[in-house]
Design a protein around this ligand. Structure first.
Ligand code: UD1
Length: 422
């Protein structure tokens, strides 16, 4: 099994290019199921999660061609032969459940295994099911599968009031509503940039959508959608992660393509620790001087709040602040698995329920550590960049789900990092 070896203590200088968003691509790909015409996605990230979604779509009979080294995906659901998403694929990735809404809307039926995915809490799919039920679908849970059927004549437009914000449930409902009869209103909808990106792509395919990016989205169903070409939005989580690299290790790095509006809440907290963030003509530049960073309190929230997907990385940064920081995780229970691993590197972190109290220490020390989920793994790599000595991060298959060419990108700005096999 591969591991990543980081030798800490070098400053980072140079440019890191930011890829297209994994989470946007994972909802744009299933949108192909809504039409029998071709959908082309450009700026796709090259990640194992994208390959998993490719396999899932192919298992349904869709065609997915990976072009230009994986940066362009040419999809066609002209010849879909199955509406059943098997456990063997779905268990690898929770986002597989995003085929449910499109299958149901276009074919009137879907069977989707209940998902697995990152071990960061219970993560049920009840909101997905309730939204589709509101549109007239009948749902039945049997043998680990969701069995869904649309009423005769297809899904109906409906008003869906989400009791709390769910990115995935908003995406499933939004896709399904594009082909429903009549108007659908999604209230308390997620406002994430990936939702805006999905709505823009669906509109290119002929959908009638307004209000994306606000908490109320209105969709007027149409009889059929057509083909489109769409460029995947920038990955704001990859952006935030690499903004933290010079923030933790020191130096000055430009994040090519970086946009401050995608990471505003995070950037504000990062700046409060004493790190400099500047907009440039081609992206964002993050610089850190020799001074110790300051502590800051952080609470995760749906967009435009501080993203839960950057909480672990921020904790690695705050581990060496000049005082106490309090991190509150409000989206997922059980998302502090990185804390005991960071503690093995000398961090002082106390976790109580959804709150972590981080007492900054002067320096972290390298250690063998274990990655437990995607964002936890990368937080350990970041910590290793500034730690004394060597950090060996094991179980890196999590990293390959969400960061393309991580060693190459960090190596190019001066990090001493390599992939080793154990
Ligand atoms: C998406 C992102 C993930 C990110 C998360 C929150 C993708 C592929 N993944 O995940 O990286 O961390 O948003 O920003 O885009 N919940 C329920 N019932 C449901 C749905 C969700 O109780 O039916 C709960 C979840 O357990 C969680 C919270 O709602 O506590 C938010 O989850 P949600 O926004 O749905 O996250 P995902 O779409 O799974």
């Amino acid at each position: 099994m591969d591991a990543i070896l980081v030798r800490g203590g070098t400053e980072l200088n140079g440019t890191i290019p930011i890829a297209g968003a994994k989470n946007a691509c994972l909802t744009l790909m299933p949108a192909t199921l809504l039409t029998d015409e071709p959908l082309t996605l450009t700026n796709a990230p090259r990640l194992s999660d994208i390959r998993t979604m490719t396999q899932l779509l192919q298992s349904l009979g869709a065609e997915v061609q990976s072009l230009q080294g994986g940066q362009v995906l040419a999809l066609s659901s002209h010849d879909v032969t199955s509406q059943r998403a098997e456990y063997d694929i779905v268990r690898k990735m929770r986002a597989s459940v995003l085929v449910l809404g499109p299958l149901l809307a276009r074919f009137g039926r879907a069977e989707v295994s209940l998902p697995g995915g990152c071990a960061i809490g219970a993560r049920p799919v009840d909101l997905h099911l309730r939204a589709l039920e509101a549109m007239g679908a009948e749902m039945d849970l049997r043998e680990g599968y969701i069995h869904a059927r649309a009423p005769a004549g297809g899904l109906r437009g409906a008003t869906v009031d989400f009791p709390f914000v769910s990115v995935g449930a908003t995406e499933n409902a939004l896709m399904a509503a594009t082909l429903a009869r009549g108007t659908t209103v999604l209230r308390n909808a997620a406002r994430e940039p990936e939702i805006v990106d999905l709505a823009q792509c669906l509109r290119r395919m002929g959908a009638r959508i307004s209000g994306e990016g606000s908490d109320t989205i209105e969709i007027e169903g149409v009889a059929a959608l057509g083909g489109a070409t769409h460029r995947v939005v920038l990955d704001r989580i990859e952006l935030g992660t690499y903004m933290l690299a010079p923030a933790i290790a020191g130096g000055s790095v430009e994040l090519a393509g970086g946009r401050i509006d995608l990471v505003a809440a995070f950037a504000e907290k990062l700046a409060a620790t004493g790190v400099e963030i500047a907009e440039t003509a081609t992206g964002l530049r993050v610089s850190r001087g020799p001074e110790r960073i300051r502590p800051v309190d952080v609470a995760t929230a749906p967009f435009p709040g501080f993203p839960t997907d950057l909480q672990a990385q921020m904790m690695a940064h705050l581990a060496t602040a000049s005082g106490v920081s309090v991190l509150e995780e409000r989206i997922f229970e059980n998302r502090f698995m990185h804390a005991p691993e960071l503690a093995r590197m000398g961090a002082r972190i106390e976790v109580q329920g959804g709150t972590a109290r981080v007492q900054g220490v002067e320096r972290l020390r390298g250690a063998p550590v274990m990655a437990t989920d995607l964002r936890a793994s990368v937080s350990l790599i970041l910590a290793g960049l500034a730690a004394e000595g060597e950090t060996l991060v094991k179980r890196v298959y999590h990293l390959d789900r969400g960061y393309e060419r991580l060693e190459a990108k960090l190596g190019a700005v001066g990090a001493r990092i390599e992939r080793v096999s154990e």
